[in-house]
Design a protein around this ligand. Structure first.
Ligand SMILES: *[C@@H]1O[C@H](CO)[C@@H](O)[C@H](O)[C@H]1NC(C)=O
Ligand SMILES: *[C@@H]1O[C@H](CO)[C@@H](O)[C@H](O)[C@H]1NC(C)=O
Ligand SMILES: *[C@@H]1O[C@H](CO)[C@@H](O)[C@H](O)[C@H]1NC(C)=O
Ligand SMILES: *[C@@H]1O[C@H](CO)[C@@H](O)[C@H](O)[C@H]1NC(C)=O
Ligand SMILES: *[C@@H]1O[C@H](CO)[C@@H](O)[C@H](O)[C@H]1NC(C)=O
Ligand SMILES: *[C@@H]1O[C@H](CO)[C@@H](O)[C@H](O)[C@H]1NC(C)=O
Ligand SMILES: *[C@@H]1O[C@H](CO)[C@@H](O)[C@H](O)[C@H]1NC(C)=O
Ligand SMILES: *[C@@H]1O[C@H](CO)[C@@H](O)[C@H](O)[C@H]1NC(C)=O
Ligand SMILES: *[C@@H]1O[C@H](CO)[C@@H](O)[C@H](O)[C@H]1NC(C)=O
Ligand SMILES: *[C@@H]1O[C@H](CO)[C@@H](O)[C@H](O)[C@H]1NC(C)=O
Ligand SMILES: *[C@@H]1O[C@H](CO)[C@@H](O)[C@H](O)[C@H]1NC(C)=O
Ligand SMILES: [Cu+2]
Length: 558
């Protein structure tokens, strides 16, 4: 099975040195029963087990993952969050954008280059599936890690909200036309490492690199370790100048790598608190929905299992470190001059059909039949016509441009925004109630980079990227329930370089099995401006990714 991009990958692997290897995984996606919070329910696991395994590679490696959908009754797809997929956009795993839904009984191989070190995670990017359990850590180790002499061992600590109900009924309630409050489902608990007691064995005198990963569907987490400071060394997949902090707020999809030193004379265990932020805007002293921190998990850094492990800590007031004040480790300054600006005004809305949805500039994202990348690859030079892609909020940037992305959050809650394909620079992210962005606002000229940033309530954020990764990339809120409400837009990056882009045969086979065209505009029409068959009404009934029986040529309501 040969792929058009494989020679490219091999060339890169060779270029980075003889130690480069291919890391192979062979995965069956399967139903498993698990009870991470003491309540048993079906979850989506891998090779009959859950929590899902960790993908580990080193810089320069090629990662090859065979994904066999053995769910029987649902489609799927895997996204590798934070991996830029430079020149491998077909491997981004965003269903409806860079691939078709993978039907039961079918397989695809994800093949990409481990080019940048860091703490990442993978998850299903198929309607609402990751809160059902299909998520795991993805670590790319760095032989050149600038902090490698500063720690002795590594520990992965994941944290998440957890729902006892399966996702489909939760999404059904979310997208129902009667959900006029745009109300998301409230989780039942907080889990660390997808279950277990949160005990971590440590030794006095050692320094640990904790890779904190938040894969919540909705809520952010505050993290604090008793009397021990955290030394932050990386956010998402970007190194920062070492910074000591007491408390972090980690939004859905964000990661932080922190060093923690256990005192050499430690004679006890150290509790740590993971507290879910259930306020819409934690800075607001009178939150509109005052459900305050009911979901705490207290874990323990255990130096001696014979000593008390029931200690806990109380944090009178969470004062999380401001993550936009971290400094990039490599001193890379703000990209410039800006040649294009993408200004997005987010608010809840009623769409043209009157349905309660989430909008950028008054428009909600509506998934189309043909993955947008496949349209870009097949429409020739008409692939720059944003109307060819249907109502997916398409925006074109040319190769080499410096793109400034501005998001105004007109809502009274904090929302974590994520861009696929880049670690973007965060130039400004003021406090809540700063109002809308205006040209000339102060920006940081030594900005930190990351791939997900929490935008404060009634406020804004300013990001920049260099358009050096031809592809089709989603920009969306990482609250899964808001994705279902359409809080997504689409970046068409250097579409002129996507003409005749090679789509792997196994990805094409998945589309064929689903009855989805792989060329043409959003509806598969050869003429870019023929809108017959465009999807213009967002789904209000969640048939979702569920296949009715084994009729693979289902209606396209995924
Ligand atoms: C995947 O499932 C098939 C049966 O459907 C089995 O033969 C194979 O060994 C499984 N693979 C793994 C890695 O468990
Ligand atoms: C698919 O099957 C699993 C396992 O039986 C079940 O728990 C789940 O609810 C089903 N999914 C749908 C969408 O019906
Ligand atoms: C919407 O309608 C459904 C089905 O009739 C009902 O179960 C649900 O409670 C309603 N939701 C709201 C927010 O009124
Ligand atoms: C989970 O939480 C929801 C929302 O608060 C609640 O309605 C439901 O009863 C809870 N489920 C269980 C099994 O505790
Ligand atoms: C994870 O992110 C969610 C959503 O932003 C947030 O509410 C929750 O507090 C975060 N959890 C941790 C442990 O950082
Ligand atoms: C833990 O916190 C609870 C509630 O704040 C308190 O009642 C209890 O005494 C604490 N336990 C210890 C060992 O400090
Ligand atoms: C969770 O922890 C916070 C900070 O210590 C505290 O304010 C809150 O009362 C705790 N919640 C519960 C339910 O214990
Ligand atoms: C969104 O609306 C603003 C204000 O009207 C406008 O300046 C901006 O260009 C619009 N963005 C897009 C992507 O159309
Ligand atoms: C682009 O669309 C125009 C009609 O608008 C058509 O004449 C032309 O052939 C198309 N170009 C390609 C490469 O398909
Ligand atoms: C921000 O702009 C929106 C229009 O996009 C407007 O409705 C809102 O009132 C503005 N907010 C402020 C604080 O001026
Ligand atoms: C793309 O493929 C078409 C059909 O084979 C061909 O006519 C066209 O020249 C190709 N375009 C580019 C830019 O390679
Ligand atoms: Cu993502």
């Amino acid at each position: 099975m040969h792929r058009g991009y494989l020679p490219f990958l091999v060339t890169l692997a060779q270029a980075t040195g003889s130690l480069a290897k291919t890391v192979n995984y062979d995965w069956n996606i399967t139903w498993v029963t698990a009870s991470p919070d003491g309540f048993a329910r079906p979850v989506i696991g891998i090779n009959g087990a859950w929590p899902c395994p960790t993908i580990e590679a080193s810089v320069g490696d090629v990662v090859a993952i065979n994904v066999n959908n053995k769910l029987g009754n649902e489609t799927t797809g895997l996204h590798f969050h934070g991996i830029n997929q430079l020149s491998t956009n077909t491997m981004d795993g965003a269903v409806g954008v860079s691939q078709c839904p993978l039907p039961p009984g079918y397989s695809v191989q994800y093949l990409f280059h481990a080019d940048d070190p860091g703490t990442y995670w993978y998850h299903s990017h198929s309607m609402g599936q990751y809160p059902d359990g299909l998520r795991g850590p993805l670590i790319i180790h760095d032989p050149q890690d600038p902090y490698k002499d500063a720690y002795d061992e590594e520990i992965i600590l994941t944290m998440s909200d957890w729902y006892r109900e399966q996702t489909p009924p939760l999404i059904q309630a979310m997208i129902d036309p009667n959900n006029t409050n745009f109300a998301p489902p409230i989780p039942n608990s907080t889990v660390v490492n997808d279950g277990g007691d949160g005990h971590i064995n440590v030794e006095p005198g050692k320094t640990y690199r904790l890779r904190l990963i938040n894969w919540s569907a909705m809520f952010s987490t505050f993290v604090q370790f008793d009397s021990l400071d955290m030394n932050v060394i990386a956010i998402d997949a970007s190194y920062v100048k070492r910074q000591s902090v007491r408390n972090l707020r980690i939004s859905a999809a964000q990661r932080s790598d922190v060093l923690i030193t256990i005192p050499a004379d430690a004679d006890r265990n150290f509790p740590y608190l993971v507290a879910m932020d259930l306020n819409q805007d934690y800075a607001d002293p009178n939150p509109p929905r005052p459900i305050q921190f009911p979901f705490n998990v207290t874990g323990q850094l255990v130096t001696d299992a014979g000593k008390a492990t029931d200690g806990n800590i109380t944090v009178p007031k969470f004062e999380p470190y401001d993550d936009v004040t971290f400094a990039p480790h490599d001193d890379e300054g703000a990209y410039g001059p800006v040649t294009k600006r993408w200004l997005l005004n987010f608010d809840y809305c009623h769409d043209v059909n009157g349905y309660p949805r989430a909008c950028f500039n008054g428009s909600t994202y509506i998934a189309q039949k043909v993955p947008a990348l496949y349209s870009a690859a097949s429409l020739g030079d008409n692939n720059t016509q944003t109307d060819a892609y249907g109502p997916i909020g398409a925006f074109v940037v040319e190769y080499g441009e410096v793109l400034e992305i501005v998001v105004n959050n007109n809502n009274d809650a904090i929302h974590p925004f994520h861009l696929h394909g880049h670690q973007f620079q965060v130039l400004a992210r003021p406090a809540s109630n700063a109002g809308n962005w205006s040209d000339g606002v102060a920006v940081n000229d030594l900005p930190p980079r990351r791939d997900t940033v929490a935008v404060n309530a009634k406020s804004y954020a300013v990001f920049r990227i260099k358009a050096d990764n031809p592809g089709v990339f989603l920009f969306h809120c990482h609250v899964e329930w808001h994705v279902e409400l359409g809080l997504t837009a689409t970046l068409l990056e250097a579409p002129d370089r996507l003409v005749n882009y090679t789509i792997p045969q196994d990805h094409i086979d998945a589309c064929d099995a689903m009855g989805i065209p792989t060329t043409g505009n959003a509806a598969g029409n050869a003429d870019w401006d023929n809108t017959d068959g465009f999807v213009t009404v967002p789904p209000t009934v969640y048939t979702g990714y569920v296949l009715r029986g084994l009729d693979l040529h289902m209606d396209l309501k995924y």
